[in-house]
Design a protein around this ligand. Structure first.
Ligand code: ZN
Length: 411
């Protein structure tokens, strides 16, 4: 078979014919990965298109040699020496010709870049770079360009409910805000900061009509998110999410009581150590405590310490408030919970209950907007994974594109 026929059959290099083909054998003797070089000459029969306007141009301005990386052939790294055509376009002047398999200034074929991008969606950039023997930055750039090309502007039409959450960009040094459509599970917007003026661009993007249509915003009890929502969409309801309220309870009640109890027990070193080391057990959802020994430890701790037992039980009970779908029943449950908290004689718990009482409308509004409470928690966890995968490069724009890409929405 004619080698050019074979190349065509394998989906080779449209518009070009094979020249010299070589293999670097000395590299293999050194135990390195084999390399194949393929020289490609422009096929004189093939019509050439201008890279500027796309029209077929007969006049060739010049050809220039370029080394282009392609996908490996049977495990040999493959390099093409392309005699790249520049046409003399009557409209645009001298221009690099347009090809389906190679972009104008690219040093890789399109299928090579696509392959890098597919892998970059699954593996940390460092490993993709090692696999293809590329620089970290090259992999990142290829992936970023792909995301910029493929992720169009988000569709903001018809949106009635959004969820809004903050996340740390660098070890809690800087923050960003993510806005999600909770039914489609689509990330609509990501922006730096977590203050009122930081999230204002999202509301501007939504437009006057979109703002007027918005019915509810699921959020943390962060004052800035709520204040901006009230200013931009006075008709919308704030809905406080279980994940955040329970996390706040953990910090402001359980952690406080645990530290106080550990200090109180300073004459009983063994008991003190148990209390001090119990943070994880107390904050964890009990369904996620799998090991029997941890369950026993928790039961013993709660049996031995009345205060910790009380704040622990009230934490688990508080979560039930998000199970209600009827505001009247939820309200009665809340009043009972509040009474127990106030009578507990545990100061951090009383303070927490009083503060939550001021915001209780935002908790009860969950009955009208019963969104899955783990949504924001799930997005938060996924963002942490993306951060690890893209670790080592401080490019917020790329980071944000990856977050949008991870939640494209259910059509
Ligand atoms: Zn042209």
């Amino acid at each position: 078979m004619d080698t050019n026929k074979l190349s065509e059959l394998l989906g080779g290099w449209e518009g070009y014919r094979l020249g010299t083909v070589g293999r670097a054998s000395q590299v293999e003797q050194r135990g390195e990965k084999p390399e194949i070089w393929i020289e490609l000459h422009p096929d004189p029969q093939h019509p050439r298109r201008c890279g500027g306007c796309g029209q077929v141009v007969a006049a060739i301005h010049e050809t220039t040699e370029r080394w282009i990386r392609d996908l490996p052939i049977l495990d040999a790294d493959t390099w093409l020496l392309v005699h790249r055509v520049r046409v003399k376009c009557p409209e645009c002047g001298p221009r690099v010709e347009q090809l389906d398999w190679l972009d104008a200034r690219a040093r890789f074929t399109r299928r090579f870049a696509d392959s890098v991008v597919r892998l970059a969606a699954l593996l940390p950039i460092k490993q993709v770079a090692q696999f293809y023997d590329l620089h970290w930055e090259t992999v990142k750039r290829l992936h970023k360009e792909h995301l910029q090309r493929t992720l169009g502007p988000p569709d903001l039409t018809g949106i009635e409910v959004i969820a809004m959450d903050e996340f740390a960009i660098q070890k809690g040094q800087r923050y960003a805000t993510v806005v999600v459509e909770p039914y489609r599970k689509q990330v609509l917007w990501v922006g730096r900061g977590r203050g009122r003026e930081d999230i204002r661009p999202f509301y501007e993007l939504l437009g006057a009509e979109g703002r007027a249509r918005l019915k509810a915003v699921v959020m943390d009890m962060n004052g800035a998110y709520e204040a901006e929502m009230r200013a931009q969409c006075p008709q919308a309801e704030a809905v406080f999410d279980l994940f955040h309220v329970v996390a706040k309870y953990g910090r402001e009640v359980i952690d406080r009581v645990r530290v106080d109890e550990a200090n109180r027990l300073k004459h009983d070193q063994a008991a003190r150590k148990v209390v001090k080391g119990s943070r994880w057990l107390l904050l964890r959802n009990p369904d996620n405590i799998k090991r029997d020994e941890d369950r026993v430890r928790l039961a013993e701790l709660l049996a031995a310490n009345r205060k910790l037992a009380k704040v622990y039980i009230l934490k688990e009970d508080l979560k039930q408030l998000w199970d209600y779908r009827h505001v009247g029943y939820a309200w009665r449950f809340w009043l009972d919970w509040y009474r127990r908290a106030i009578r507990s004689r545990i100061e951090p718990l009383k303070t927490f209950a009083r503060r939550l009482k001021e915001k209780i409308d935002g908790v009860l509004s969950h009955c009208r907007w019963p969104l899955h409470t783990s949504l924001l928690e799930g997005i938060n966890n996924k963002i942490k994974v993306i951060k690890r995968m893209a670790y080592g490069y401080r490019d917020d724009e790329y980071f944000f594109l990856r977050i949008r890409d991870a939640f494209p929405g259910i059509p």
